[in-house]
Design a binder for this molecule. Structure first.
Ligand code: WT7
Length: 637
């Protein structure tokens, strides 16, 4: 029996049981029946979580693009694989069939090869949401190059850090990007980044906004003429199950971004399996995930998961507010979307606007609504359910992470009864555990603790690029033998999970995962700043916003405070990107510190959120007097 698609609660429980009792058999059956392999595995799983070592489908050979494209050609050649919707609703959408996708990807793969890219080379992709982004990702996979997509909202410095960390040989970008009413000079950002990168040999430039850019000789090339010359078929490279597929950077609570490495077979099996079940995709459905391909959501649930299932996946270039707040719903009506997958921050932003924006459109095609990226609050959940789903579409609140590669805890629509703000039950193969502060697992329902995963699953990240020690320390040492997620969670009386949020120094702002350390480092580079501490505070739309406490150097004391605030935010924008800008900046004489010198963020968080009750015992602090000062000068709205 294969459990690839689960249709009833009873089946879910059976599948879950089997996946725990016989995990290898469970995944082997799914892998066997639903994918094409050049050679099958010798062994399904080998692991040692204490050493952060995991291998799935050992010695199997495959190419993921054959699973995502080639095998569909016979029966779905004329079916739309990618439905591209542009930023401007007056520009025509594009239907890219599986056949066309095949030729585009093959041509692109040949271009990569002609520029010296081969198996194992890293290619950085810095593109807006245009079809070339999907082609580039798949072209890398076709020849075994490792793609590293960097979200096109990151700054030149952030881009350079990521290019250098994985020593990318090539960058693929465009002359610019449309984003709502604005255009963004992507090529300019790449040029600036590359001043700091000596590893990059070639830059391919797609044309999108027709801006007047300069091509650097012997380095930069327009993409289109190269594609026009390239042959439209390219033999897919034979990849080992554990060969790297991609690197994707995510912020850590300390230090530089972590290049999470995902490998081929396990990632393919798990992203496809979860796509099929969580969206209950049927052959004629049109599926839309609004994420950017620069995040893991886009990798797994715009590209790989949907295409491996032969689905029609929408790729949207625009933003929810352009030309007005009805854009999402206009697109749902226009393309008759069946599954719609977005983020709580977008829902909250739209819920603030006039209801006409949603009620003016026919949303009757919708069958499943999804959310991802941060806890969804009760109010947003109900707005989504009432006004978008008209109380008839199940909401799948999907919990997962860049590191997990695929959705881990989520309802299966029309199967698992939903409960507002609960991600509900683990998917088959996922064994969550809640741990207390002493590291012991809390058994039984009605529990709250730190969320761990106790057994390997196929799409887990295998390492941090270039730093396995850091991988082990970050995820496998807090609760030895378990993967620690960094999130807190509670389990209710029936065993449903609710994710309560991060328990480390990562703050999720508008669904973007931001580490406090890199932001503080950026602020501290400002010549007038001595020290700083960042905390999150609750925000209506963003979920969390950033509050900065900044100690000035003597030289900064006389300066105009508002100008300083602007300069500090500019510094952050330049080093990381506009998403990391601070909402509020308070200049303080000192930061509350423990006697060992650690900043007491707990206190700062409370003050920033306007809650000054129960600050706890501050007398053990090195400098208790500073707390009083900070409280009296706190910045309110
Ligand atoms: C963190 C991972 C997975 C794609 C998007 C974010 C938070 C994610 C949920 C959810 C509550 C959620 C967690 C997690 N998160 N989904 N449904 N409910 N929290 O990927 O950038 O790696 O962030 O996002 O805190 O650890 P990411």
């Amino acid at each position: 029996m294969s459990w690839y698609k689960i249709d009833s609660l009873e089946e879910y429980f059976k599948a879950y049981r089997e996946s725990v009792d016989q995990p290898e058999k469970f995944w082997e059956d799914i892998a066997e029946e639903n994918f094409v392999w050049r050679k099958k595995w010798d062994k399904v799983l080998e692991y040692d979580l204490h050493e952060a070592q995991v291998k799935w489908f050992l010695n199997a050979k495959l190419n993921i693009t054959e699973n995502c494209i080639d095998r569909h050609l016979a029966e779905r050649g004329e079916k739309t694989a990618i439905l591209w919707e542009p930023n401007d609703p007056n520009e025509a959408a594009k239907q890219i069939t599986y056949k066309e996708l095949y030729h585009q990807v093959n041509r692109f793969a040949n271009v990569l090869k002609s520029k010296g890219i081969g198996k194992g080379d890293r290619v950085c992709i810095y593109l807006p949401m245009i079809p070339e982004l999907a082609y580039a990702v798949l072209a890398c996979a076709r020849i075994g190059a490792i793609h590293s997509v960097v979200f096109a909202g990151f700054s030149a410095t952030a881009l350079a850090t990521r290019i250098n960390d994985s020593e990318c040989k090539m960058v693929i970008t465009s002359d610019g990007a449309f984003r709502g009413g604005k255009t963004i000079d992507l090529k300019g950002i790449v040029d600036e980044a590359l001043e700091q990168c000596s590893c990059v040999e070639n830059v391919l430039v797609a044309k999108r906004i027709n801006s007047d850019i300069e091509l650097k000789e012997n380095r930069d090339h327009w993409l289109q003429p190269l594609l026009d010359e390239a042959a439209d078929s390219c033999e897919a490279e034979t990849m080992d199950a554990e060969d790297p597929l991609f690197i994707l950077y995510t912020s850590g609570s300390t230090g530089k971004p972590k290049g999470m490495l995902h490998t081929t077979a396990g990632y393919m099996v798990y992203s496809s399996f979860t796509f099929k079940n969580i969206f209950q995709y049927q052959e004629e459905d049109i599926y839309w995930c609004t994420a950017d391909i620069g995040w893991i959501t886009g990798h797994s649930y715009i590209i790989y998961g949907p295409l491996a299932n032969g689905a029609t996946t929408v790729m949207f270039e625009g933003v929810p507010s352009y030309p007005d707040f009805g854009r999402f719903w206009e697109v749902v009506q226009k393309h008759k979307i069946h599954q719609f997958y977005t983020a709580p921050t977008a829902i909250r932003a739209l819920a603030k606007e006039n209801l006409d924006f949603v009620e003016n459109y026919d949303l009757s095609s919708l069958k499943v609504l999804g959310t991802v990226g941060e806890p969804i609050n009760e109010e947003a959940w109900h707005w989504y359910n009432d006004h978008v789903g008209k109380k008839k579409n199940p909401i799948v609140d999907t919990w997962w992470q860049t590191e997990t590669g695929g959705i881990m805890i989520s309802p299966i629509p029309y199967v698992t009864p939903t409960k507002p703000t609960y991600a509900t039950l683990p998917l088959p193969g996922i064994q969550p555990g809640l741990m207390d502060e002493t590291g012991k697992e809390i058994i039984g329902n009605q529990a709250e603790g730190r969320l761990c995963i106790k057994f390997p699953w196929p799409s887990m990240a295998r390492t941090i690029w270039g730093d396995h020690q850091r991988y082990k320390e970050t995820y496998f040492t807090a609760f030895p033998g378990n993967y620690f997620t960094g999130d807190g969670a509670l389990r209710d009386e029936v065993g449903y999970y609710r994710i309560t949020g991060r328990v480390d120094d990562v703050i999720i702002v508008s669904g973007h995962n931001l580490g406090t350390a890199p932001i503080e480092d950026a602020i501290n580079e400002h010549p007038a700043v001595a020290e700083s501490a960042i905390v999150g505070f609750p925000h209506d739309i963003k979920g969390n916003a950033l509050y900065g406490y900044v100690i000035l150097k003597e030289t900064g004391e006389g300066r105009d405070r508002d100008n300083l605030r602007k300069e500090i935010n500019q510094e952050i924008s330049d080093k990381i990107g506009p998403i990391a800008k601070l909402n509020k900046i308070q200049f303080v004489p000192g930061l509350p510190k423990t006697r060992s010198g650690k900043i007491m963020r707990r206190i700062l968080r409370k003050i920033a959120s306007g809650d000054t009750s129960n600050l706890g015992d501050t007398s053990t602090l090195l400098n208790p007097e500073v707390v009083e000062h900070i409280m009296t000068h706190v910045i309110k709205d």
